[in-house]
Design a protein around this ligand. Structure first.
Ligand code: KIV
Ligand code: NA
Length: 264
């Protein structure tokens, strides 16, 4: 695999080749996932939950994100490295630029932030200043307390329409990738067709341009509640590398996610 760039991801969408993204938080896993064929590695603020044991992502700091981004960047030579801007680290444009600079200097190639049209000015400034941006709509975990839990979003027509309008506004502002989390499959399909940039789904059905999973979910390392949209790829494969290769191939060939992982 040659180096994955934003241009390459866009070409993959046009060629109808599915993009496989997975989270990692350290050099060893990031390197194995890259060898397994993952196109993009996300240093997700999910690390607040899967590494720190918290029940939400809200306590994660920019410094913690930068530390894990440095670790992942050491393990990667080819995958596109995307790092989350954590809770309240982009509440205005200047703050977003300062914190995005920290993550880019730590080795990220792109930053991800959660939210809709209120981010237009911030995204415009970040992209103008050389920071590629990934949007995140649907179930945005930093807003868990506003939602009143980790719940499917976009089920009602007005809510679905809002997500669609936000997706268009974010694209117009300059995002080069969009994560759609926990929305009904038909809505994710519609948005993927509507946008010219690649749309990466999680709990968003099979008809997006790619998929993302939290690595602990993909490896069956979940304790307690297991979300419907995840799959333990290690259950049927002898090694971590083989499991993630199977994830990449299953995404490429449309075998994952199946109807049992999706909301209709
Ligand atoms: O933090 C994370 O891991 C994420 C993915 C679930 C998209 O944002
Ligand atoms: Na995240």
């Amino acid at each position: 695999m040659s180096k994955v760039t934003t241009a390459r991801l866009l070409a993959m969408k046009l060629d109808q080749q599915k993009i496989a993204m997975i989270t990692a938080y350290d050099a060893t896993f990031a390197n194995v996932f890259e060898q397994a064929g993952a196109h993009a590695i996300l240093i997700g603020d999910s690390l607040g939950m899967v590494l720190q044991g918290e029940d939400s992502t809200l306590k994660v700091t920019v410094e913690e994100m930068a530390y894990h981004t440095r670790c992942v960047a050491k393990g990667c030579t080819k995958a596109l490295i995307v790092a989350d801007l954590p809770f309240m680290s982009y509440s205005n444009t200047d703050q977003a630029c300062t914190n995005a600079a920290t993550l880019m200097r730590a080795g990220a190639h792109m930053v991800k932030l959660e939210g809709g049209d209120w981010l237009v000015e911030t995204i415009t400034q970040l992209t103008r200043q050389g920071v590629p941006v990934c949007g995140h709509l649907g179930l945005t975990p930093q807003s868990v307390h506003v939602f009143g839990g980790f719940k499917l979003q976009g089920r009602e027509r007005a809510q679905a329409e809002k997500i669609k309008q936000d997706a268009k506004a974010l694209q117009a502002a300059g995002i080069q990738l969009l994560v759609l989390e926990c929305v009904p499959s038909p809505l994710a399909k519609e948005i993927s067709e509507l946008l010219s940039i690649p749309v990466i789904g999680i709990g968003a059905g099979p008809n997006t341009d790619g998929q993302v999973l939290v690595m602990q979910d993909a490896l069956g390392l979940t304790t307690g509640y297991v979300p419907k949209f995840t799959k333990n790829f290690l259950a049927e494969h002898p090694s971590v590398k083989a499991a993630i290769s199977a994830y990449v191939t299953d995404v490429a060939e449309g075998r994952f996610p199946g109807p049992e992982h999706s909301f209709n």
